[in-house]
Design a protein around this ligand. Sequence first.
Ligand code: 5GP
Ligand code: MN
Length: 320
Amino acid sequence: MNKLLELAHGAQRIAILGHVRPDGDCVGACLAVWNYLAGQYPDREIQVYLETPPVKFRYLKRFDSISQDADSGKQYDLCICLDSSDAARLGAFAVYLEGAARSICIDHHITNRGYAQENLVDPQASATCELLCDYLEQDRIDRDVAACIYTGILHDTNVFKNSNTTAKTMEAAGRMMAKGIDFSRIIDESFYRKTYVQNQILGRALMESILFLHGKCIFSAIRMKDMDFYNVTAADLEGIVDQLRVTEGVECAIFLHEVENHVYKVSMRSNQYVDVSKVAAFFGGGGHIRAAGCTMSGSMYDVVNNLSSHIEKQIEEHEG
Ligand code: 5GP
Ligand code: MN
């Protein structure tokens, strides 16, 4: 038996946590583990805690039972942390990790240093859900768990096309398809469908984008007043940076959105050689080689200039 199943077997009360601003891999991984364990151990007390997850994932079983209560006063025998590179990424729910007797972290972020008692970290994996596909017993993965795992892989690979996608990724996804999930519907509903305002703000961000570093970089930003005008939340901005990234000639894309006055959440993507996780880590964030983020303060132009100097250095090194 592997460490996850061994620990879960010996725990009566289990908390499952993911990262702040939960994405498809995070929500998928948390609900995969919950649905799996609930199937195996119907008598256990299990709870997933996450910041409000995007409603597009509501087709996943137990989505409506995810709790936002970071102050329940509950102590857990086991805390399972998924898809979070460090304890700070757990946000307010880190209290459940601190109070738990045992803890395990399953993650695929290269910046993960191992903050739980047990750490199953594999940066080769495209998604935390790809790892779960190995750690959960195949014949006990039902259609509901499979839908969660498939969703996680789908989102962290941007529909199986990011450079993190491997033959192993496709095999894992294939095994989930064989469980009878409605994969076409999952892809459309959770990935391609956009609300009207999401399309509007995407259009606005693209229209106002600026090329720099001889067309190798592109950036765009959305201010709080724009978000108020379109009545969108941070979750509605997902995907904008990926659209910037596919601009012809671009190596690196930066998308900023203002989270408070003169504080910006930074999303970065690269295509071939810039290591954006290095840039993000320098400014206190993290992520992957081709997708990373951080939070920075200053004016929009201060932020871009600071990022730009690091990116320019990498481009120069690459070009020799
Ligand atoms: P996104 O740009 O989609 O928000 O994030 C891209 C990747 O960077 C994600 O895998 C996420 O885990 C990581 N990331 C984004 N923001 C932060 C941050 O503030 N800190 C850390 N450690 N990782 C981040
Ligand atoms: Mn992930």
